[in-house]
Design a protein around this ligand. Structure first.
Ligand SMILES: Cc1ncc(COP(=O)(O)O)c(C=O)c1O
Length: 429
């Protein structure tokens, strides 16, 4: 008898998956073999309604026909010459600059981790300073400087915590960690390390802790503090960019960061990401004669990936993508809040636009410490119930927010609500 493919996967791939974030309850039961619109299908014959949307990447839905067509047509015409620049890259750069107010020049890479890595490198170069400041619980990719205090357990709050071994101690020492929504803490840390901090790195909605929105004035305050202390402000819009609005979260609050990192939604699942910012900072990259900040990458700006991004942005221009995402997101958040209340479970359903997360706790959530009070075991049980009994995927991992995409309709949202109702009845027995 041949072993199931999922069993074999573990023999040839560590843990059977290609990203630590993909290990979750139920993920070791099948191999995914197809995707279309709001669904993924498995080698075991299941069709699963997907509300994970590839951790935010598939903003239009799986295999969006316009995006796939653009990729196929470009790939047939042009692969990856790896010399000079291609027409698709220039077109895309123009489109990004037109849409994101703070971006005057843009560089393309493949992943968000590369983008945040380069943002830090260029910030260090421009300021001549070694340190960065990030927020407790924030994820900005897998590289050394930013892994510090990501997913900090309660017992380690207030100390330096690393979710990985093998990280350079120097990178850890140069990463400061501040409390989300606490401008006094940020101000105090910059003052304590005066002249040492190159950049404040911020995901505007602290996505990796479920998604904790900034309090009014918080991002504006970061802008003021960064400027006052001569540090760059970097918005890591990997989740929010092109998803909460075509101009990113920065367009909602009217704050111009010095640098923006983006990826995920702009490629609708294809690997493309980037870093953009003021011309003065971006011209420090050594692509420009005299620039000193090295960046490379065989696949940067791959024409077929750039074509995917162009098709995404064109569709956002043509169709009411964000209006639909916002409408369905509001319906879903309100529906979930009502369900938790009616089942007598303390919950605050948070989020913005197409992004949502139910904090299962009493009261409000302002910072990472608050998010640790939430009942993560119950969340995993609820989401495992959705997957096992209802073929609905909202990854059963704590703090992972759900993401709607443009292929979702009222019918899908209502199916999730009805299934949640059934699961909550089951778990509160
Ligand atoms: C806010 C944020 N920054 C950076 C990253 C890293 O992006 P990538 O997984 O493309 O390297 C992520 C990924 O989830 C993210 O959510």
């Amino acid at each position: 008898m041949t072993v199931p493919l999922i069993t074999h996967a573990k023999e040839v791939i560590p843990g059977g998956v290609n990203s630590a974030i993909r290990v979750s309850p139920g993920s070791d039961r099948f191999v995914i073999t197809g995707s279309s619109g709001p669904y993924v299908s498995t080698d075991t014959g299941r069709t699963i309604l997907d509300f994970q949307s590839a951790y935010g990447a598939t903003v239009l839905g799986h295999n969006d026909p316009d995006v796939d067509r653009a990729v196929a047509e470009t790939a047939r015409r042009l692969d990856n010459p790896g010399y000079g620049v291609t027409d698709a890259e220039v077109t895309l750069a123009d489109m990004i600059i037109d849409r994101v107010a703070s971006i005057e020049k843009v560089l393309l890479v493949n992943t968000g981790s590369e983008a945040t890595y380069l943002a830090i490198r260029v910030a260090r170069s421009v300021t001549g300073r070694p340190k960065i400041l990030k927020f407790e619980g924030a994820y900005h990719g897998w590289h050394d400087s930013v892994l510090v205090n990501t997913g900090t357990p309660a017992s380690r709050l207030g100390t330096t915590y690393l979710p990985s071994t093998g990280v350079l101690p120097g990178a850890v020492a140069d990463t400061l960690v501040a409390t989300w929504n606490d401008l006094d803490d940020v101000e105090a840390q910059l003052a304590r390390h005066e002249g040492q901090v190159a950049a404040i790195l911020v995901d505007p909605i602290l996505s990796s802790a479920g998604g904790i929105l900034p309090q009014p004035g918080f991002l504006e305050g970061l802008r003021r503090i960064a400027t006052a202390h001569g540090a760059l402000l970097v918005f890591d819009e990997l989740i929010t960019g092109f998803r909460v609005a075509v101009g990113g979260y920065q367009s909602l609050v009217g704050v111009d960061p010095d640098l923006t990192t983006f990826g995920k939604a702009i490629g609708n699942g294809y690997p493309i990401a980037g870093i953009g910012g003021t011309a003065a900072v971006m011209d420090e990259f050594s692509n420009v004669p005299g620039g000193t900040v090295y960046m490379g990458g065989t696949y940067n700006g791959h024409p077929a990936m750039a074509a995917a991004a162009i098709a995404v942005l064109e569709k956002m221009d043509r169709e009411p993508v964000h209006a639909q995402l916002d409408r369905l997101g509001a319906r879903l958040r309100a529906g979930l809040q009502e369900l938790y209340t009616s089942h007598g479970i303390d919950a605050t359903v948070t989020g913005i636009g197409s992004v949502w997360f139910p904090f299962l706790l009493e009261g409000e959530v302002h910072d990472y410490r608050d998010s640790l009070r939430h009942d993560r075991d119950l969340l995993v049980r609820i989401r495992s119930g959705l997957l096992e009994d209802h073929d609905i995927l909202v990854t059963p991992v704590n703090w992972k927010s759900g993401k709607l995409n443009y292929s979702h309709t009222e019918v899908h949202v209502d199916r999730l609500l009805a299934a949640t109702d059934a699961v909550l009845t089951e778990v509160s027995r």
